[in-house]
Design a protein around this ligand. Structure first.
Ligand code: IVH
Length: 719
């Protein structure tokens, strides 16, 4: 703990990692776009964290995202989105468990990082209640347990239901699993209220976490010996607790020791006390475990002294805590203070800063993800941070390395805040070896050798922070993902070749790239028959399913290539434009391909560049040729039913249609050879405007585009 710095976790990281515009410099337009981006990004992290127990960013980074979101909302309250993360506490309940709507919502806590935030919190309370400095106030100070909160409902003293927090309003029913936790009484002791919901934290001790990790590692060694892919190991006790609690089989939960501290309540038919501390004593009497470190404090000084005391004890505790929670003790005052948004005004969580340590970077490794993203990882001289030995730390991306100027051989400060992935925070320049050179980020994929490129956003002209491997078809790091896409419904639609089969065929070297699928029957029939779960019948069926796809329309073929940004719709546009595989190939072979592609309605710069990047990687082309040799790629006829008056025309529908759905109208127009676009431009020939048509109609008038109503359109295309 001695090396820790008083920084707000995440602030520096966020700025460094995203080179974001400062909140006070954002224009309203930027702010709206940024809020949209943050809503999406935070929702995705919530889903990974709560829905899958598999977060991909650190807590500090996550906090930074939410803080930025809140700061922008505070500046532009008008822009607060209906799906704003500030309305939500966690992720939506996952689909596997029954849903439970909480009788009272499960709320979140506001965070304090610096001492001043705590002073402000107390001052705010005094102001709100109109209390002078001389009027005494009592706070309970509780360690903030780093687990997951649960709500336990007792009726007539008997546990009837347990739920996770979920999104705060609706959680998951985990009753069966909670019954296996010995800290949780199945029946309350003494005289309990008729209805009482006790809330608190389910957590896992370090000892139990280590036991489970050892178990998972042993299982992985066994898997590796059998040539099976290793499974992810829990990253920290909290994820392990979450994963253990959210097991569909309660026997698994029972085999892992979880613990519980009670600290709050939901619905209660009678209140056994009128203070927070009184409620905690009552919980103890009912048979719960209440954290023994909880204290009372009367002043900011006492509160902060407690914070420091707990901070010092933190490394010695048998479980993780990530801060201290201060709560107004009097329930009457709690009630008067009420809530702001989804956090009580009467409580705050004072977070511990991320724990830091110094070590040296022995190497920088580039990892390639399933989607081709290159992530640099610092290989560190092992160092202990917050009780955990750290050997790797993420460097995020090329810009992050450049911004911090991290070099191999450098001494760096790393930090970990109960985090999954430790961060490199800064370089200690005084300790830099004389001969060191700036790190040169590779422009080739370290796994397959293909070009690795950074995309340019067509609107902002800015480079994407991530560099990606373009060897989608052949890169082993991306192979399973690509092959899965290749055989999926909208592509080759090969029955009997699910994700599991792909994964194991790939691991056993039977299929490395798409062409191999079509050579299975010649090369690997025997090997398939020897596999567990495969018999004559199923192998025969699989080969038939594969043979059935040796003829494939060009649009599906293009979609199956897995070119970045090219999905079903773009593949169709390309197929309709080029008609044949040869023309597609020749079109891309041209020097002006990137601009030519943009002449196709519906294809912009980003997509055009992605297609060209794919083409420019010779390994992709080689794989494409190997594949094409196995297949007959069917030409896509120009849909121009040549007699049709709308063949080759670009049309846009706007407003509501009365005689058919938008989807039907679109399909009909396309079958007659028209191209249906979503926005009006100079290239538009006809706008079909129904009631409620707005800006598109105005655009049409501006460009002098022919406008007609639905009946006129139907008249034109023959009813
Ligand atoms: S009180 C209305 N007390 O922290 C207030 N929360 O960031 C409800 N937590 O969701 C929460 N220890 O999972 C409270 N002693 C404690 C806590 C605690 C850990 C967690 C809890 C909550 C989150 C809020």
């Amino acid at each position: 703990m001695s090396k820790k710095k008083e920084i707000a976790p995440g602030h520096d990281l966020f700025a460094a990692a995203t080179a974001a515009i400062a909140v006070d410099k954002l224009t309203e337009k930027d702010a709206a776009a940024e809020l949209e981006r943050l809503a999406g990004e935070i929702a995705e992290h919530d889903r990974r964290y709560h829905g899958e127990d598999a977060p991909t960013i650190s807590d500090a980074e996550y906090d930074a995202l939410r803080l930025r979101n809140n700061a922008i909302e505070a500046r532009f309250p008008k822009l607060i989105r209906p799906d704003s993360p500030s309305h939500r506490v966690g992720a939506k309940a996952s689909e596997k468990f029954a849903k439970v709507v909480h009788a009272r919502p499960m709320l979140s806590l506001d965070n304090a990082f610096a001492d001043e935030d705590v002073t402000d919190f107390v001052a705010r309370i005094r102001r709100f209640l109109g209390l002078g400095d001389d009027v005494p106030l009592t706070f309970t100070c509780e360690p903030k347990i780093d687990g997951l909160s649960a709500s336990l409902r007792y009726e007539n003293g008997v546990l009837v239901q347990a739920a996770t927090r979920g999104d705060g309003t609706e959680g998951e029913d985990i009753t069966a699993n909670v019954r296996t936790i010995t800290d949780i009484p199945l029946r309350l002791k003494g005289k309990a209220p008729a209805v009482l919901e006790v809330r608190g934290e389910v957590y896992m001790t370090h000892k139990e976490f280590e036991r489970i990790v050892a178990e998972q590692e042993a299982e992985n060694r066994e898997r590796a010996e059998k040539g099976k892919k290793e499974l992810p190991v829990y990253a920290n006790p909290r994820n392990s607790a979450a994963g253990s609690l959210r097991q569909l089989d309660p026997a698994v939960t029972a085999s892992r020791k979880l613990n519980f501290f009670a600290y709050a309540w939901g619905e209660a038919s009678d209140m056994p006390a009128d203070t927070q501390s009184g409620m905690l004593s009552a919980f103890k009497n009912f048979g719960f475990v209440v954290n023994p470190l909880i204290r009372q404090a009367a002043t900011v000084e006492e509160i902060l002294a407690f914070y420091r005391e707990i901070g010092e004890k933190r490394a010695l505790l048998p479980y993780d805590i990530d801060g201290v929670v201060y709560k107004i003790d009097s329930l009457e005052l709690q009630q008067r203070l009420g809530f702001i948004s989804r956090s009580p005004r009467w409580a705050i969580a004072h977070k511990f800063p991320a724990e830091q340590a110094e070590t040296t970077v022995e190497d920088i490794d580039i990892q390639v993800g399933r989607t081709g993203k290159l992530t640099p990882v610092a290989k560190l001289k092992p160092v202990t941070v917050g009780g955990v030995v750290v050997q790797n730390a993420t460097l995020h991306n090329q810009d992050y390395i450049a911004k911090l100027d991290v070099r191999i051989g450098d001494t760096v400060v790393i930090q970990r805040a109960g985090d999954v992935i430790p961060q490199v925070v800064r370089v200690v320049e005084d300790k830099r070896p004389k001969a060191s050179k700036p790190y040169k980020f590779p422009d080739k994929c370290p796994v397959c050798g293909s070009h690795a490129v950074r995309e340019v956003d067509e609107k902002t002209g800015k480079e994407d922070v991530d560099r990606r491997c373009t060897g989608g078809l052949i890169c082993p790091a991306q192979a399973v993902e690509r092959l899965r896409h290749f055989v999926s419904r909208d592509c080759f639609d090969i029955e009997g070749m699910g994700e599991k089969a792909i994964q194991s065929f790939f691991e056993d070297g039977l299929i490395k790239e798409p062409a191999d699928i079509f050579q299975l029957s010649q090369k690997h029939a025997e090997a398939l028959l020897e596999r567990e779960g495969w018999g004559e019948q199923s192998v025969k069926k699989l080969f038939e399913a594969i043979d059935a796809r040796r003829q494939i329309p060009l649009d599906r073929f293009i979609n199956a290539l897995g070119i970045r940004h090219v999905g079903e719709t773009t593949a169709k546009l390309l197929a309709r434009h080029f008609h044949t595989l040869l023309a597609f190939y020749e079109g891309l072979n041209s020097k002006t391909a990137t601009t030519d592609l943009q002449a196709i309605d519906g294809i912009g710069e980003t997509v055009a560049k992605a297609i060209k990047d794919f083409y420019d990687e010779p390994r992709n082309l080689a794989a494409l040729f190997r594949l094409a040799r196995e297949l007959t790629v069917l030409d896509v006829a120009a849909p121009a039913a040549s007699g049709s008056p709308v063949a080759g025309k670009t049309v846009v529908f706007t407003g509501s249609l009365e005689k058919m759905t938008r989807q039907e109208a679109k399909a009909r127009a396309e079958s007659l050879g028209a191209k249906v676009a979503s926005s009006v431009s100079k290239k538009t020939d006809i706008v079909i405007a129904g009631p409620g048509a707005g800006s598109k109609l105005a655009e049409a008038e501006k460009h002098g585009v022919q406008v007609m109503n639905e009946d006129e359109w139907l008249g034109l295309i023959g009813g």
